[in-house]
Design a protein around this ligand. Structure first.
Ligand code: PMP
Length: 356
């Protein structure tokens, strides 16, 4: 049966990436050795790391603009801490916009390290919208936002105007839409959605931002990692290779501009069905709807098991909502083909005709 993978992360990868990654595990570059049994200092792997870092900057249109890219371990959750370690001054303070569980976690983790203020929040309405007209104080060390709320399905379309460094967690929508990425001073993302597989995070940081660091351990220090070309310690070689292949795939496809169009078309189809179908409804504010994670609910919860079984029998995988949010969530990352969205829509339509 053909599978349609709507998993929120780790999530769908392009078939050619899976093919090449599998080949490299068995025989990397015809060396007779596996990618995962050679030294990370081997010139062939060093080249992969450098190419992956360069590709990330190139795709974001940040090449030669004073930014560095890193692939580090620990998940986006470690970046919650590393960001504060690098940017929050001893007597300073950081601003956070709380638009979801992950944004909230980022804020709480930073608070272990220094003063944190919540500049705006959408918790009052169960994170169903993005706060607007946010006034950002100008005495912050940085402002942190989470561009896409993976769990509740909202997404920043416009960004707060501010002169303080803008830091963002782009874990679930990096490389998915045209943006002026030079607006951001530091971008980080776990790799397991649009940038590869789990095990690493991508960090893209403006070098000049790192000149004010306080004394922190090397493993936390972005500057140290940049000096060591993302090889301060042993990288997760397989994950870096999968990211390299994924970014290369995206470049060959036409870069972010090409997937932006596809992602919009997929999201439009999915949201029109949710709005049209009499059995379902969405909760995210219409103007803030995410193009990556589409959340929806059954009006009659008693139909849950029947809909779940229908999805299962049709090869639709991973549409259950996050355990804290309930309902359904179709994650539609770059590698998800339009045909999978069409399939889900068709299944929702068939389901409606059964229960109308
Ligand atoms: N931020 C966002 C927006 C996420 O969606 C996630 C994971 N889904 C995280 C952070 C945490 O990532 P990790 O599990 O890699 O720490």
């Amino acid at each position: 049966m053909e599978m349609h993978n709507f998993s929120s992360g780790p999530s769908i990868l392009p078939p050619e990436v899976l093919q090449k990654a599998s080949e490299a595990v068995l025989n990397f570059n015809n060396s007779g050795l596996s990618l995962i049994e050679i030294s990370h200092r081997d010139p062939s792997f060093v080249e992969i790391m450098n190419s992956a870092r360069n590709l990330a900057l190139e795709l974001l249109n940040l090449e030669n603009k004073g930014y560095s890219a890193l692939f580090l371990q620990g998940g986006a959750s470690l970046e919650f801490v590393r960001v504060a370690n690098n940017l929050l001054k001893v007597d300073g303070k950081a601003g956070y916009i709380n638009t979801g569980n992950w944004a909230n976690n980022a804020q709480n983790e930073a608070a272990y390290f220094g003063a944190v203020v919540e500049i705006a929040s959408s918790k009052d309405k169960n994170y169903s919208y993005i706060p607007k007209n946010i006034v950002v104080p100008n005495n912050l060390d940085y402002l942190h936002i989470t561009t896409n709320n993976t769990i509740y399905g909202t997404q920043f379309k416009d960004f707060p105007e501010t002169d303080v460094p803008l830091v963002c967690d782009m874990s679930s929508d990096i490389f998915s839409r045209n943006l002026d990425f030079s607006k951001f001073d530091l971008i980080y993302a776990c790799a397991q959605k649009n940038a590869g597989t789990s095990g690493i995070n991508l960090i893209v940081v403006k070098d000049e931002l790192l000149n004010k660091t306080r004394s922190i351990p090397n493993i936390m220090n972005y500057k140290k990692h940049i000096e060591r070309e993302s090889m301060y310690n042993t990288p997760s070689v397989f994950s870096v290779y999968v990211s390299y292949l994924t970014l290369k795939w995206l470049k060959d496809l036409g870069g972010i501009a090409a997937v932006d169009r596809r992602n919009l078309a997929k999201a439009n189809l999915m949201y029109s069905e949710i709005d049209r179908n009499s059995l379902f409804y969405g909760t995210a504010a219409v103007e803030d709807r995410s193009t990556m994670n589409v959340t929806f609910f059954l009006k009659d919860e008693k139909l849950t098991t029947t809909f779940d079984e229908l999805c299962l029998s049709e090869g639709i995988y991973g549409v259950k909502g996050h355990r804290t949010a309930g309902g359904y969530r179709a994650s539609m990352y770059n590698a998800l083909p339009m045909t999978s969205v069409q399939k889900l829509v068709e299944v929702m339509q068939r389901f409606e005709t059964r229960f109308l």
